[in-house]
Design a protein around this ligand. Structure first.
Ligand code: 1HE
Length: 265
């Protein structure tokens, strides 16, 4: 692991950026505050994901300590008028969009509390690896507020609207098994095993053709939201573009020569 903190300007000390070959590792290291996300951290995350260094092909977001993130830093929650509130929420949207629609696929490694804004951050990533200690909640419902970091868009896509309504109406906390069965995490691993699994997946993803990863990050989400006719047209165009790339031709030839990796390898 090599620190590349200095590539960025004025990052808070608790946001640690390292690289391991083609993988960028972004670690929130503020366990004394349960990795609560203050404005500085959100702006720093945006800076990092909007400026992915050359040669990086996938990223892992993880957090130090027993909890992934306790969400919005409540000590910064102050009286805001309506327009300030809108801008604050839009700041989160911009940062989390930089993750979801950035340059590289992002794997989140989750443990302990993944609540409120912590769940919003996790939902903006492309793959979620959960350790068995994880639990998910949207305490905004109980705190008399509403989600503002994109949860109303991203969480229903993972678990369905009715389940998100339940979490907010009743304060329901989902455990690791429930979250995995409902689709929040795609992988569930033992306590302490999340980072290794996250790195293994990030390395696999980094080995994909660049056009395939681009299509999965930027085109598939648009296809799934378009009407069928337009969606199928986008799929055809994307398929034709992807298959005409030299990398795709090389990979097909490897298969025909019996040299490609087997399924699941
Ligand atoms: C915090 C925060 C925080 C802890 N902001 N400081 N999120 C929440 O409503 C969740 C609030 N947090 C908790 O429910 C619990 O802290 C945990 C279940 C995550 C962990 O419990 P525990 O017993 O390990 O820790 P603790 O004793 O509650 O907290 C330890 C310290 O972290 C303590 O500070 P200290 O200086 O007194 O030691 C806490 O104040 C601090 N801390 N969570 C600030 N969230 C875009 S909008 C998104 C809206 C939301 O995310 S709302 C949900 C907010």
């Amino acid at each position: 692991m090599q620190s590349i903190q200095t590539l960025y300007k004025n990052l808070p000390a608790w946001l640690q950026i390292t690289s391991n070959e083609e993988i960028l590792v972004v670690k929130i290291n503020r366990p004394d505050k349960r990795n609560a996300l203050n404005d500085i951290t959100i702006l720093a995350l945006e800076q990092v994901f909007a400026n992915i260094p050359a040669g990086i092909k996938a990223a892992v977001i993880c957090a130090e300590g027993k909890h992934f993130s306790a969400g919005l830093d409540l000590s910064e929650l102050k009286e805001r008028d309506v327009i300030e509130g809108v801008y604050h929420s839009r700041m989160w949207h911009k940062a989390l969009d930089a993750i979801q629609f950035g340059k590289v696929p992002v794997v989140a490694v989750l443990q302990g509390a993944c609540v409120g804004g912590g769940l919003e951050l996790a939902a903006a990533c492309h793959i979620r690896v959960a350790e068995t200690t994880v639990f998910y909640a949207l305490p905004e419902g109980q705190r008399g507020i509403f989600v503002g970091g994109g949860a109303s868009v991203r969480v229903p896509k993972l678990i369905g609207m009715a389940r998100m309504q339940d979490m907010m109406f009743t304060g329901r906390v989902l455990n690791a098994d429930e979250g995995n069965a409902m689709g929040i995490s795609q992988y569930l691993v033992a306590a302490g095993a999340g980072f290794e699994k996250g790195m293994e997946l990030a390395k696999k993803i980094a080995g994909n053709a660049g056009m395939t990863n681009y299509a999965l990050m930027h085109v598939l989400p648009r296809i799934t939201e378009a009407a069928q006719e337009q969606a199928l047209m986008m799929e055809s165009l994307m398929a034709a573009i992807a298959q005409s790339a030299p990398e795709a031709k090389e990979r097909l030839q490897l298969f025909l020569d019996g040299k490609a990796k087997k399924l699941g390898e």
